[in-house]
Design a protein around this ligand. Structure first.
Ligand SMILES: [Zn+2]
Length: 333
């Protein structure tokens, strides 16, 4: 049952063929009283098969998703597709255009706005989330939302699934991660008050994956290759595409709260580890200089747990509470 949304899309999402258009997200501003933001959307429908959501640009400073999906929307034709693709290469368009994680309009993080609220005219980010969850997801069987670390984190190229022991889709998500074939795949447990897109996908019963393909506010040929091969592998796994080379092996890890390292105070951080390193509990993660007291010896910051360094903060200036690293540990059992 589709609840009313503020956003609308004049594009025919059901007919066979390939169409590009815009989701119209109302935004009444000083410069445009009755205006709307046009979030690009493409639909490619071929023969019978599943409907798959492909999203990028949920966070605006993560560009593997936009580049990968712009390639695919130009390349893929309905004749190659068994099923339907719904592509949103730049889901939070204002953030993508501003090279920012959050929207420059309402300050909102789209991936925390899946709260079931269509928003008001000055809250376009809520309206985008609501349209995705209430209009697009009910059409979909599966999906991938392509992320990376943005400007403030840099990852080992990874895919991820939101799942716990009670998840009815757990086994299928693990298979899908293997089909995506990122160098690392990790599992994040569902938590309460989770307003992300993967929680929204779970509410709608969609088999969905996320990614953390790289980061530091940039893209590389390596991260883009992982993104492209991963999306094509996922589509082949679902039976939507044929002729896709098999994906490489993936290392399956899980991420728990003790895997995070946060800055205990402000300062200038000298890292002692990099993504891809294996570290032991108690090892020095880096040292934190106090810029107000140059004579003070740097404070060692330690890893609480052992594991694989999945990401680090690439910006050396830190404030208390900034995430410096997080690890992943090989999946038990
Ligand atoms: Zn992201």
């Amino acid at each position: 049952m589709t609840r009313s949304t503020r956003a609308s899309c004049p594009l025919d999402l059901d007919a066979p063929g390939k169409r590009l258009g815009y989701i119209r997200v109302p935004y009444s501003s000083d410069r445009s009283a009755y205006g709307w933001i046009g979030v690009p959307i493409a639909v490619i429908r071929g023969g019978d098969g599943p409907t798959v959501y492909l999203g990028g640009g949920n966070h605006g400073d993560e560009y593997e998703g936009p580049i990968t999906l712009l390639h695919l929307l130009q390349e893929l034709e309905p004749e190659r597709i068994r099923g339907r693709l719904i592509l949103l290469p730049m889901t939070n368009l204002p953030a993508v255009l501003a090279y920012r994680r959050c929207s420059p309009i309402d300050g909102a993080n789209l991936n925390r706005m899946f709260v079931g609220d269509p928003g008001l005219d000055h809250e376009p980010t809520k309206a985008i989330a609501h349209f995705v969850e209430e209009v697009l997801f009910p059409l979909c069987d599966a999906g991938v939302d392509l992320h990376s670390g943005g400007r403030t984190l840099d990852y080992v190229p990874s895919a991820l699934a939101r799942t716990g022991p009670d998840d009815p889709l757990r086994a299928r998500k693990l298979e899908a991660l293997r089909a995506f074939g990122a160098p690392v795949s990790y599992l994040v447990p569902p938590v309460g008050n989770d307003n992300g897109i993967l929680a929204a996908a779970d509410r709608k019963g969609i088999l969905a994956l996320g990614t953390e393909l790289g980061g530091a506010g940039t893209v590389t040929p390596t991260t883009l290759a992982v993104a492209r091969r991963g999306v094509l592998g996922f589509l082949a796994h679902l039976g939507v595409l044929e002729g896709v080379p098999a994906s490489g092996p993936t290392r399956l890890v899980e991420v728990r709260v003790e895997h995070y390292v946060w800055a205990p105070r402000a300062g200038l951080f000298e890292p002692a580890a990099m993504p891809g390193d294996e570290v032991e509990a108690g090892a020095v993660a880096g040292r934190l200089f106090d810029l107000d007291e140059p004579e003070r010896p740097p404070l060692p910051v330690r890893f609480e747990a052992s594991g694989l360094v999945l990401c680090r903060r690439p910006i050396p200036l830190v404030e208390r509470g900034d995430c410096l690293f997080h690890l992943g540990a090989d999946l038990r059992g």
